[in-house]
Design a protein around this ligand. Sequence first.
Ligand SMILES: N[C@@H](CCC(=O)N[C@@H](CS)C(=O)NCC(=O)O)C(=O)O
Length: 219
Amino acid sequence: MSLHLISFKTCPFVQRAVITLKHKNIDFDITYIDLADPPDWFLEISPLGKVPVLKVDDEILFESAVINEYLDEITGGDLQPKEPLARAKNRAWIEFASNMLGNLYMMKMSKDEESYNKYRERLVSQLERVEKRLGDGPWFNGAEFSLADTAFAPFFRQDSVADGRLSVIDRATIPRTVAWAERLLALPEVRDSVVDEFEDLYLGVMEKNGSYSLQRLAA
Ligand SMILES: N[C@@H](CCC(=O)N[C@@H](CS)C(=O)NCC(=O)O)C(=O)O
């Protein structure tokens, strides 16, 4: 079976799939497209015009959470809780992480203080919820590493750009989240989930958008 991931270099949703693929040592090919100028063949196969898309031989899978469940299920299914309610809750938190990724993007691309603060406040309260949900670790569900970890990791990777100088995390108030994020960021599959030029590209997009967050950093 051949697996071919269609990616955009700064997309955190694609990074979730890359983390799962690397965590499971699954062979895959990757093609990067430019979402600002998507090729016709991509628009043809991507029902929502979004990445990630995973080509499984000639079949098309889309949506990062679905792709990750599929990758897990063809390799033993050890990244999802076995009990239905626990598995359902895991899925719900993965959706929560997707919402956080949206808010992080909106915060980073905000052009003014008001918009920046709006998304920042949302993220601060979402991080407080995550803090309450976390136990002693080491992972989101405790001892077992899961798809929730691969789903949240790109959030912390994006939050940590520029040596954490743009971070939304208040280290003093959410210590369990900070420790979990550090463990995730130290994993080789998380480190290698982004291209070498990731930070330059990510900060470049912010600059191009007139990001308030970047202006504040420079001031
Ligand atoms: N719910 C989707 C979200 C994917 C997503 O938003 N991808 C963005 C890039 S990070 C995209 O392709 N945007 C293009 C567009 O919306 O036109 C998933 O989890 O895969």
